[in-house]
Design a protein around this ligand. Structure first.
Ligand code: HPA
Length: 286
């Protein structure tokens, strides 16, 4: 991509979406992970915009990822949800994966809430638990800011300390505890995929300090922090990671477990949005 091409692509994409949103200005960007897409059906007054209608935007090819933005109200908060995300394993570059995050920021969102299904590495986790990301280890080997254009949008070198907002993490754990939903914090490790890990890799990742593992999130969060958004990351532990208790994960298992947690996921996200942490007037934190 040549200099400034990314910024002009974002401008063109934002103009098309603004034409569909009218005066609606989202505050929270929500990325719905594997099996967690149904939450978008609960958005009130939905404005649905297929990714295919947005210039320069790639579309979802992963199973269960619908491939559209849904804007509207959830728990009284103006959200724009990605009903289906873009992954590196679909053949998309880090910039292409980050594009919708930058786009939602341009549309007005000051917080990113990103969710996924993940494998549990820490043995105190069980399938069906939620894990609030306290930090991440990016082993995708990619970074969306490693690009002349992205560096032109904000400082090239920026801190990833405290990337996962401590206040939002506490709110998420509190909402889960009150609703009787099993949740704890943990360090998330992101990979490119799409092969699941080997048991030897999982042993190595545990030694590195990872509690959960999956094939998304890191590039989105780096892009969000680069553009000054607050971030909350939540994984649904859909399976134990390879070799843990003899596990050998499959895509079907991930989807099946996500299905059983649809209503808990809805309670959790609605509770977080309804907590007052997103009251109008609150600006983005750098
Ligand atoms: N590994 C990687 N990605 C995943 C897993 C896993 O065990 N479960 C869900 N996404």
């Amino acid at each position: 991509m040549t200099q400034n091409m990314l910024a002009s692509h974002l401008d063109e994409a934002a103009a098309i979406i603004r034409g569909r949103l009218g005066s609606f200005r989202p505050r929270v960007a929500l990325v719905l992970g594997s099996g967690l897409n149904p939450l978008a059906e609960e958005i009130e007054g939905p404005i649905r915009i297929p990714y295919a209608d947005v210039p320069h935007m790639k579309t979802s090819t992963a199973e269960g990822h619908v491939g559209r933005f849904v804007a509207g109200a959830l728990s009284g908060v103006r959200v724009i949800a990605m009903q289906g995300r873009l992954h590196g394993y679909e053949g998309y570059s880090a910039v292409e994966v980050a594009f919708p995050v930058w786009l939602m920021r341009r549309l007005g969102a000051t917080t990113l809430v990103t969710t996924n299904a993940a494998g549990g590495i820490d043995e105190s986790l069980s399938p069906g638990d939620f894990c609030v990301m306290s930090d991440h280890i990016n082993l995708t080997g990619r970074n969306p800011i490693a690009n002349a254009d992205a560096a032109g949008m904000a400082e090239r070198f920026f801190s990833m300390t405290g990337a996962y907002d401590p206040v939002l993490r506490a709110v998420a754990l509190d909402v889960a505890a009150r609703a009787g939903i099993a949740a704890r914090e943990g360090v998330y490790l992101g990979l490119l995929g799409p092969s699941f890990e080997t048991p030897a890799e999982i042993r190595a990742f545990r030694a590195l300090g990872a509690d959960t593992v999956a094939m998304s999130v890191c590039e989105e969060v780096i892009a969000a922090r680069h553009s000054g958004m607050r971030v909350l990351g939540i994984s649904l532990v859909s399976n134990m990671a390879a070799g843990i208790e003899g596990a050998s994960p499959t895509g079907a298992e991930v989807m099946d477990v996500a299905k059983t947690r649809e209503s808990q996921f809805s309670t959790l996200i609605r509770g977080i949005l309804g907590s007052g942490a997103f009251a109008d007037g609150e600006g983005p934190r750098a």
